[in-house]
Write a protein that binds this ligand. Structure first.
Ligand code: G
Ligand code: G
Ligand code: MN
Ligand code: NA
Length: 252
């Protein structure tokens, strides 16, 4: 079976999973968990997983990402509801691909899904890449404004790896910049910390929060904190985990 046919079949048979990786406040003593990112996992059936870095681009090309993405959003809503009911008032962030964002009335669909699940819009966040926001400025501004007025915040994912012009950033109603892990990796040994510092400063000036991805060491966390980065996500704090494991993690 071709990979894409297998993906479609496994998706239809409910075999895809959504895992969650905690996002923590970096500027408080206790590093409170403030959210989590929903991350697709495709089990091979042999105990391991095919990375979304491999199959999401295939699903995009095959036009399957719109359906899968909608399903991930629904799972995220169900999860947020469950988290809230257990007293964990944290947000759930969902990755959005270009073809999803291009669907007419995309913002309206997101809104409807959130309403259907009776979730607080402020507790669902969308992560879009620079390729999403660079698409067609007027449409993008309109969609983002509609999401914002409903209460859904949007973050730019992998920030610094794409080609967004800085003039776009000022026009877009965004909430967060996610510093790509490529710019965290070299801290503290290489001068790649310079880019993280620049993004944090840019965020501060534009009134956007910054979250650093791929934080793997205490030293990286300490440096990012000193630079004024608001939030962190990375293996040093917590790896992506299955739903039940996230609930156990939050309890402890
Ligand atoms: O979880 P992991 O680091 O392997 O994810 C690899 C890539 O797959 C990341 O860039 C992430 O944004 C993307 N990804 C994970 N889940 C989803 C999803 O539900 N939708 C989209 N569009 N991308 C996802
Ligand atoms: O591009 P996006 O931010 O959506 O990707 C998130 C991906 O990054 C997830 O697939 C997750 O597995 C991965 N990830 C999260 N934390 C770390 C980390 O500390 N180190 C590495 N190498 N990858 C990480
Ligand atoms: Mn992401
Ligand atoms: Na990223």
């Amino acid at each position: 079976l071709g990979l894409i046919r297998q993906l479609r079949q496994d998706f239809e048979q409910g075999k895809l999973e959504v895992w969650y990786q905690p996002q923590l406040c970096l500027q408080s003593e206790s590093n409170a968990v403030i959210g989590c990112e929903a991350l697709l996992r495709w089990p091979t059936g042999k105990g391991d997983y095919i990375s979304p870095a491999v199959f999401v681009p295939l699903a995009e090309d095959a036009g399957l990402i719109v359906e899968i993405g909608q399903w991930v959003l629904e799972q995220a809503c169900v999860m947020q509801k469950q988290l809230s009911s257990l007293g964990h008032d944290i947000s759930v962030a969902v990755n959005v691909s270009v073809p999803q964002f291009k669907v007419p009335n995309y913002a309206q669909q997101v809104k409807q899904t959130i309403l259907d699940h009776d979730v607080e819009p402020q507790k669902i966040e969308l992560e879009v890449t620079e390729s999403v926001v660079m698409d067609e400025i007027n449409t993008v501004v309109h969609t983002l404004s509609e999401l914002k007025s409903f209460g859904v915040e949007v973050a730019i994912d992998d920030f610094g790896t794409g080609f967004s012009s800085l003039s776009y950033l000022q026009k877009l109603p965004l909430a967060r910049l996610k510093i790509d892990r490529a710019f965290v990796k070299g801290i503290p040994h290489e001068d790649s910390g310079a880019i993280a510092e620049l993004v944090i400063s840019l965020g501060r000036h534009l009134g956007l929060k910054t979250i650093a991805e791929g934080v793997e060491t205490q030293a990286q966390a300490d440096i990012l904190r000193a630079l004024g980065c608001d939030e962190v996500q990375g293996f040093f704090f917590a790896k992506p985990m299955a739903e039940a494991d996230l609930l156990a993690y939050l309890k402890s």
